[in-house]
Design a protein around this ligand. Structure first.
Ligand code: SF4
Length: 302
């Protein structure tokens, strides 16, 4: 309680806003001003008059917040909390892909570093990847998609569009196996199955819906069934349970834990505000170019 009180005091003193991704530890989600997906949080923070953003998530998320709010101080409580999938491709590898496929547009998942975004034409989220390809890129014959091969495969299944796809993957979502879903279905035959598009094709094939984390939360609120089997990082269950006390949620597997997402603790949030660390610093040019990539997606959403 003392830590929470101290965090709230420092937050007011610094005019800070605390953001927590859906996969953060429950106690971190509970002290946040906003809990959600990475892009939604960055957009929300940009719309506040806060001077400081504390991003409880992984590094590329804090970078995205900085890109959208370059005038604000953006802090990440643990600078070593990276995203292994985002780190599976760097800017040089994107440049090499572009050189080998000069006629292709480059679409990147929001789970990429700022310097990768700066090399890409367009950004997407797991929520809008299908519609971006169907609507915005419908006239493109060649599209490079980075970094998640499973999201790319999902979009191909939905749209028929083939990609020059990077072979990245989320080490947490690929831990969810078809047998986990089958086992949970056997135990809970009335339950609907919702899974994230970063899951493998075999897992997605067993789902009633393939949804982004935010879409999962909306679906959980609106659907008229009482039980849901959830195939994504287990942190999201905290929010779902808090918002739906009349429903029961089962993790597809308790092994779907992203260790990087769990690196942020209340103590680190406190130290972050006490010492104004660790500040996200990006070159102006990277901010400018990465913003173009995100802006093209936001224009489509608007
Ligand atoms: S859950 Fe997967 S995509 Fe999300 S931060 Fe962890 S490794 Fe990256």
């Amino acid at each position: 309680m003392e830590i929470v009180t101290e965090i709230q005091k420092l937050k007011r003193a610094h005019n800070a806003v605390i953001l927590a991704h859906n996969y953060q530890l429950p106690e971190v989600q509970d002290i946040a001003d906003f809990v959600g997906d990475s892009l939604g949080l960055s957009i929300q923070a940009a719309g506040t008059d806060a001077r400081v953003i504390v991003f409880c998530g992984v590094y590329f998320m804090a970078e995205t917040a900085k890109i959208l709010s370059p005038q604000k101080t953006v802090l990440i409580p643990d600078k070593d909390a990276g995203c292994p999938m985002a780190d599976m491709i760097d800017a040089e590898q994107v440049r090499a892909l572009k050189k080998a496929n000069p006629q292709a547009k480059v679409l990147c998942y929001v789970n990429t570093t700022a310097e990768v975004k700066a090399e890409c034409d367009l950004c997407c989220t797991s929520a809008n990847a299908v519609s971006m390809v169907r609507d915005v890129l419908k006239n493109e014959k060649y599209i490079i998609f980075v970094p998640d091969q499973h999201l790319a495969d999902h979009v191909t299944q939905q749209t028929g569009q083939e990609f020059i796809a990077w072979k990245g993957f989320c080490p947490t979502h690929v831990k969810i196996l078809p047998e986990h879903i089958l086992r949970q279905k056997e135990l809970h035959p009335e339950a609907l199955v919702i899974v994230h598009p970063e899951c493998t094709r075999g897992v997605r094939a067993l789902a009633d819906r393939v949804l982004s984390t935010e879409a999962m939360c909306s679906f959980a609120r609106e659907v008229q069934v009482r039980e849901l089997i959830v195939g994504t990082e287990i942190g999201v269950l905290h929010k779902m349970r808090a918002e739906n006390s009349d429903k029961v949620f089962y993790a597809a597997t308790e092994h779907a834990v992203c260790p990087n997402m769990k690196m942020t603790t209340l103590e680190k949030v406190l130290w972050s505000l006490q010492e104004m660390r660790h500040e996200i610093i990006l070159p102006q040019e990277t901010i400018y170019r990465a913003k173009q990539c995100i802006r093209r997606m936001l224009e489509y959403r608007a």
